[in-house]
Ligand binder design. Structure first.
Ligand code: ADP
Ligand code: MG
Ligand code: MG
Length: 251
């Protein structure tokens, strides 16, 4: 059982301490739980993901992020992954000249502290790619070079399946996916949840993905903090009413 605790987190952009983007976020995610973070554009959802990932552009000005009581903010980026955090970014970067296959094996080695046995690795990778309905030739392409939106998302979920994190933060995993790709990607997330008891922070602007990945909790994110939390029914309400109720309330 793993718990990620975010306590009164305040974050600004690194070169501008005056502009606070996150204004006191409190959130606790444990193994086996899926928390949907929903909110309008610009409310700070990606900032939350980047801050937890340790992106250098974002400065935590106060508050805490703890993984089983360990201070995540004191960890280097690699250490966060080793501790069991997985961050899938809204805009994944290109890694020129590195094939998917090599990239994943390097990442797995970094996270586990030892290289995976080649025989098992090849089998695991093949299995995971088949499950995500990916062409085997994909493994020999360079990371993110010319990937379509759907390929990027599949690649993220492939990474997640192979790295076996404890808590995954998925930022707009649904953006730019057609329904078929959305189903495949969602099935991948659900498979990892079922197999490993993964805890998931699912950041999304739209309720569509929540038909495929069932959240246990829904949090409405407005202006840099959680404005309201509830169960699945809150997502249904948002689908009908949008975010207006929160925005006009001046939260
Ligand atoms: P969301 O993911 O909810 O759409 P973001 O976290 O991307 O929101 O952005 C929240 C706010 O912070 C926006 O007003 C955005 O312009 C600002 N912001 C985010 N990242 C940066 C950055 N690197 N530099 C300057 N402003 C930023
Ligand atoms: Mg505060
Ligand atoms: Mg975003």
């Amino acid at each position: 059982m793993t718990t990620l605790e975010i306590r009164d987190l305040h974050v600004s952009v690194a070169d501008d301490d005056a502009t606070e983007i996150l204004r006191g976020v409190d959130l606790t995610i444990s193994s086996g739980e899926t928390h949907a973070i929903m909110g309008p554009n610009g409310s700070g959802k990606s900032t939350l993901a980047y801050a937890i990932a340790g992106h250098p552009k974002y400065t935590v000005t106060s508050g805490q992020v703890l993984l089983d009581g360990e201070d995540v903010l004191e960890m280097g980026v690699d250490e966060r992954a080793q501790a069991g955090l997985f961050l899938a970014m809204q805009y994944p970067v290109e890694v020129p000249g590195v094939t998917v296959s090599n990239f994943l094996r390097t990442a797995k080695t970094a996270v586990d502290g030892e290289a995976p046995k080649l025989r098992h690795w090849v089998k695991d990778m093949k299995g995971a790619m088949e499950a995500l309905r990916m062409d085997p030739a994909f493994a020999e392409r360079n990371v993110n070079e010319g990937f379509s939106g759907g390929e990027k998302k599949r690649h993220e979920i492939l990474q997640m399946e192979l790295l076996q994190p404890k808590i995954a933060i998925l930022d707009e995993t649904d953006s730019g996916l057609d329904v078929d790709a959305l189903k495949v990607v969602s099935e991948g997330v659900n498979r990892v949840k079922d197999a490993t008891g993964l805890g998931v922070m699912l950041i999304t602007h739209y309720t569509r993905i929540l038909r495929y990945i069932q959240p246990d909790y829904v949090h409405v994110f407005i202006n840099g903090r959680v404005a309201e939390s509830g169960g699945r029914d809150l997502a249904d309400r948002l689908e009908e009413e949008g975010y207006d109720r929160f925005l006009t309330a001046g939260v």
